[in-house]
Write a protein that binds this ligand. Structure first.
Ligand code: SIN
Length: 485
C-alpha cells in the first residue's frame, strides 16, 4: 500500500450509518498477482448487515426529500473526489484485484462517469399527465424513489459495479447498502470514504464487508425494510438470490453471466475485427460478463483471421499489474485458474485443437497463458460455459443463418459482437441476435450513456443511460376526480 498517497483512503472496516465499525475478527485480503496479504479487514456479518439496512431506512426520509439539484451537488462532489484520487484508487484496485494499473485507473474513470451521469440524469425525472377517460377527472403520473436498495457486487469491477448501482439509486432519492465481494473490499471502502468527504449524509451509502455470503445475502434479499435488491454476478448465484427476494416481493435487477459470440463475416475489415476481438476478449484478463466467449468466423476467412488473431494475442504482455507495459494481469484465484484449465482440457478431449497457450503461466499461481483453440463446436465445454478467463475458442460457420443459430444457441443473452461491412447484414444481424447489447464493428461497448443489461438467463433491468434510473423508481398514478361544478 506504500504507493497510495492519501492514506485516509485505506480503510479496513465496514462503513455503516457514517461510522467505521472496527470490531470482531478479521480476514485477509490478498494480492492475486503474488499472494501477499494486502490488508486485514474486519469481518462483518448478519448483525452489521441488519444495522446497515436500518440505517439506510432511517436516512431515506431526509435524502428522498432533497431536491434533485441538492442531491446532484453532492454526487458531483463525489465524482470530483473520485477523479482527483484516480491514481490512488487505481492502485488500491490493482493491489486487490490484479488488473493492470492503466486498466484500473480506467475503471475508476468508468465508475466515476456513472456518478457524473446520474447526478445530471436525476434532474430529468419527468412525470406525465394523461388524458382522462371522463371530463371530471385529471390523471397524473409521478416517479418516486423505490426506497432502501440492497446490493451485492462482484470482484471483477470492485469500483464501477458499485458506482453504476449506487449513483442511480442515490440520484433517484434511494439509500443504499452494498456488500462488495470480500476478495476486493478495499475499493468499496475507499469509495465510502470519498462519499463521506463529498457530503453524502450518514446512512445514505453503507458498505458491509464480510465473508458470510449466504447469511448476509439473506438479510439483503429478505429484510422487510429493503425495497429493491440488485446483483451483479454469476447466473447460478443470481437465481438463488432472486428466489430469496420473492417472499417480500422486492423489485430486483440482475446483471448475470454471459456467453458473448464475436462473429466475423467474410466482408469484415479483418484487422479491425482482430483488434476488436483482442480488446473484448482480453479486457480484465477475460474476466468480464461481456468478454467475448466464443469467436465465430466465416469459413473462407477463418485461417487469415486466426493467424492475425494469434499474432495479436502473442503480443500481449502478462504480469503483475504494476509492471510497465503489462496488459494481462492474474486471474482472481487459483481455483479460477483450475476451472479454466479444466474447460480447456475437456474441450481438447472433445476434439478441439490447441493453437496457443493452454497452461498456467510462469508469472505465478494465478496466471493462465492467453489461450486459443480452433476446430471448436458450440457443444464443447469452452463454448457452452461462461469462460471468465483468457481463453478463446474459435468456431467456423458457413452462412449468416448458421452464425445466428450458433450465436443464439445459449441460455445467456448479455452481449454479442459482429464485424461486417454489408449494410443489409448489419441490420439483419443486429435484430436477430438475442442479446441485450450488440457491438457492430466495435469490441468495447460500455459507457454511462448506454443501457447495460441482458435477456434470457443473463438477467433483467438496465444499468446506466436514461433508463437506468427507472430501476430505482416507482411510477405513481394519481387520479383527481370530482372536477364538475
Ligand atoms: C461486468 O462484467 O459485469 C461489467 C462489464 C462492463 O461494465 O463493461
Amino acid at each position: 500500500m506504500q504507493a497510495v498517497k492519501d492514506r485516509g483512503l485505506i480503510k479496513i472496516s465496514s462503513y455503516i450509518d457514517g461510522q467505521w465499525c472496527n470490531s470482531g475478527t478479521t480476514f485477509d485480503v490478498t494480492n492475486p498477482a503474488n499472494g501477499e496479504v494486502v490488508a486485514q479487514v474486519f469481518n462483518a456479518g448478519v448483525d452489521e448487515t441488519e444495522i446497515a439496512v436500518l440505517a439506510a431506512k432511517k436516512a431515506l426520509v431526509a435524502w428522498s426529500k432533497l431536491s434533485a439539484n441538492e442531491r446532484a451537488v453532492i454526487l458531483r462532489n463525489w465524482f470530483d473526489l473520485m477523479m482527483a484520487h484516480q491514481d490512488d484508487l487505481g492502485r488500491i484496485l490493482t493491489l486487490e484485484q490484479g488488473k493492470p494499473l492503466t486498466e484500473a485507473k480506467g475503471e475508476i474513470a468508468y465508475g466515476a462517469s456513472f456518478i457524473d451521469w446520474f447526478a445530471e440524469e436525476g434532474k430529468r425525472v419527468y412525470g406525465d399527465t394523461v388524458p382522462a377517460p371522463s371530463s371530471d377527472k385529471r390523471m397524473l403520473l409521478i416517479k418516486q424513489p423505490v426506497g432502501v436498495v440492497a446490493s451485492i457486487t462482484p470482484w471483477n469491477f470492485p469500483n464501477a459495479m458499485i458506482a453504476r448501482k449506487a449513483a442511480a439509486a442515490l440520484a433517484a432519492g434511494c439509500t443504499f447498502v452494498v456488500r462488495p465481494s470480500p476478495l476486493t473490499p478495499l475499493s468499496a471502502l475507499a469509495m465510502a470514504e470519498l462519499a463521506e468527504r463529498a457530503g453524502v449524509p450518514a446512512g445514505v451509502f453503507n458498505v458491509v464487508v464480510g465473508e458470510d455470503a449466504v447469511n448476509m445475502g439473506k438479510v439483503l434479499t429478505q429484510h422487510p425494510a429493503v425495497s429493491k435488491f440488485t446483483f451483479t454476478g454469476s447466473t447460478a448465484v443470481g437465481k438463488i438470490l432472486m428466489s430469496q427476494t420473492t417472499t417480500t416481493v422486492k423489485k430486483i435487477s440482475m446483471e448475470l453471466g454471459g456467453n458473448a459470440p464475436f462473429i466475423v463475416f467474410n466482408d469484415a475489415d479483418l484487422d479491425a475485427a482482430v483488434q476488436g476481438a483482442v480488446a473484448s476478449k482480453y479486457r480484465n484478463t477475460g474476466q468480464t460478463c461481456i468478454c467475448t466467449n466464443r469467436i465465430l468466423v466465416q469459413q473462407d476467412i477463418a485461417q487469415a483471421f486466426t493467424d492475425k488473431f494469434i499474432t495479436a494475442v502473442a503480443n500481449l504482455k502478462m504480469g503483475n499489474g504494476f509492471k510497465e507495459g503489462v496488459n494481462l494481469g492474474p486471474m482472481i484465484t487459483s481455483q479460477a485458474v483450475d476451472r479454466v484449465h479444466r474447460l480447456v482440457e475437456e474441450t481438447i478431449a472433445a476434439g478441439a485443437k490447441l493453437v496457443a497457450g493452454g497452461q498456467r503461466s510462469i508469472e505465478g499461481e494465478n496466471f493462465y497463458e492467453p489461450t486459443i483453440l480452433t476446430e471448436v463446436t458450440n457443444d464443447m465445454p469452452l463454448a457452452s460455459n461462461e469462460i471468465f478467463g483468457p481463453v478463446t475458442p474459435i468456431i467456423m460457420f458457413n452462412t449468416e443463418a448458421e452464425a445466428i443459430e450458433i450465436a443464439n444457441d445459449t441460455e445467456y443473452g448479455l452481449a454479442a459482437y459482429f464485424y461486417s461491412r454489408d449494410i443489409g447484414r448489419v441490420w439483419r444481424m443486429a435484430e436477430a441476435l438475442e442479446y441485450g447489447v450488440v457491438g457492430i464493428n466495435e469490441g468495447l461497448i460500455s459507457n454511462a450513456a448506454a443501457p447495460f443489461g441482458g435477456v434470457k438467463h443473463s438477467g433483467n433491468g438496465r444499468e446506466g443511460s436514461k433508463y437506468g434510473l427507472d430501476d430505482y423508481m416507482e411510477i405513481k398514478y394519481i387520479c383527481m376526480g370530482g372536477l364538475h361544478n
